[in-house]
Write a protein that binds this ligand. Structure first.
Ligand SMILES: NC(=O)c1ccc[n+]([C@@H]2O[C@H](COP(=O)([O-])OP(=O)(O)OC[C@H]3O[C@@H](n4cnc5c(N)ncnc54)[C@H](OP(=O)(O)O)[C@@H]3O)[C@@H](O)[C@H]2O)c1
Length: 277
């Protein structure tokens, strides 16, 4: 039975991914920020199929919470066949966490970076596949290394794509780091999906809710994620980006190696993750 960790698994695409994985007989370790919301999701998901589901909790918007999450995952998973970085945040305003960092920068970019490091030994032992749920909107990202971490360049529409781009820029670097060590990493855009992502109050929020009725269901968003997680044809394939099921070359902005190198060393400093070698 494959063990698959799904971050942000209590709603939206993550919950639909968890359901499909249970249907296919996986042991899902469902991560949720909030225990009560996680328990509710578990109640809904139990019995969805022959697989199993257990809960781990942790807040991915602070360094402390990310470390707690990593510890909880390690305690729950003697092996990790697949790690799906799905949790994501599209905030409408600049909010700083207890570390003085902007929330979307942490949840979308720093958290996967830190989890990849904190779980690295287990990922290597398990020869895991890591799936990074990215977003086609990365093309709109404009990172400013000085301002983005603390949200001084915060924009309600611009910060989400920027933080997703920061995250995506580091995928090839993890692929290269793990090349001879076992783990692989793949990223994808899951489609434009009707979930709570980016929900907000006021006129814009009401308009968005109307527009979202036309978007695809979470189940449709889950399908390409589950494919990347389980397809045996992708064994050994690493560092690639998929638009839904189609392998797609990233635009130059996401292949800027100099920018990626700067983001990597910045993330190391910000997260205080020790270089494991
Ligand atoms: N929906 C789309 O059209 C679309 C398009 C492209 C890419 N994506 C990507 O798909 C992924 C899933 O998004 P979704 O649309 O399913 O969004 P969603 O319904 O808003 O779900 C987001 C998930 O992330 C979790 N999360 C947010 N902040 C967190 C934190 N501080 N700590 C831990 N977990 C946190 C949420 O937990 P809570 O319930 O506790 O808030 C929730 O489980 C994201 O990475 C997103 O960028 C979505």
């Amino acid at each position: 039975m494959k063990t698959v960790v799904v971050t942000g698994g209590n709603r939206g695409i993550g919950r639909a991914v968890a359901r499909e994985l249970i249907t296919r007989g996986c042991r899902v370790v469902l991560h949720a920020r909030d225990r009560a919301r996680g328990e509710r999701a578990l109640e809904e998901l139990r019995g969805a199929g022959p697989g199993e589901v257990t809960l781990v909790t942790g807040d991915l918007s602070t360094k402390r919470g990310i470390r707690e999450t990593a510890d909880a995952i390690l305690a729950a998973c003697p092996r990790i066949d697949v790690l799906i970085h799905n949790a994501g945040l599209w905030p409408s305003e600049r909010i700083l966490n207890e570390d003085g960092l902007e929330m979307a920068f942490v949840v979308n970019h720093l958290a996967p970076f830190m989890l990849n490091h904190l779980l690295e030994a287990r990922l290597v032992e398990s020869r895991s596949r890591v799936v990074q749920v990215s977003a086609g909107l990365y093309v709109k990202g404009r990172p400013d290394l000085e301002k983005t971490p603390t949200g001084e360049d915060f924009q309600p529409l611009g910060t989400y794509p920027t933080t997703k781009l920061c995250n995506l820029l580091l995928v090839p670097r993890f692929a290269a780091r793990w090349k001879e060590r076992g783990p692989t990493i793949l990223a994808l855009h899951p489609g434009v999906i009707r979930t709570g992502l980016g929900d907000r109050k006021g006129m814009l929020g009401r308009l968005l809710r109307v527009v979202k009725r036309l978007w695809k269901s979470p189940e449709e968003g889950a399908r390409p994620v589950v494919r990347l997680a389980l397809d045996p044809a992708l064994d050994g394939v690493t560092g690639r980006y998929y638009h839904l099921d189609v392998e797609t070359e990233l635009l130059p902005i996401a292949r800027d190696e100099a920018l990626a190198a700067k983001l990597w060393s910045q993330a190391e400093k910000l997260s205080e993750v020790l270089e494991a070698g």
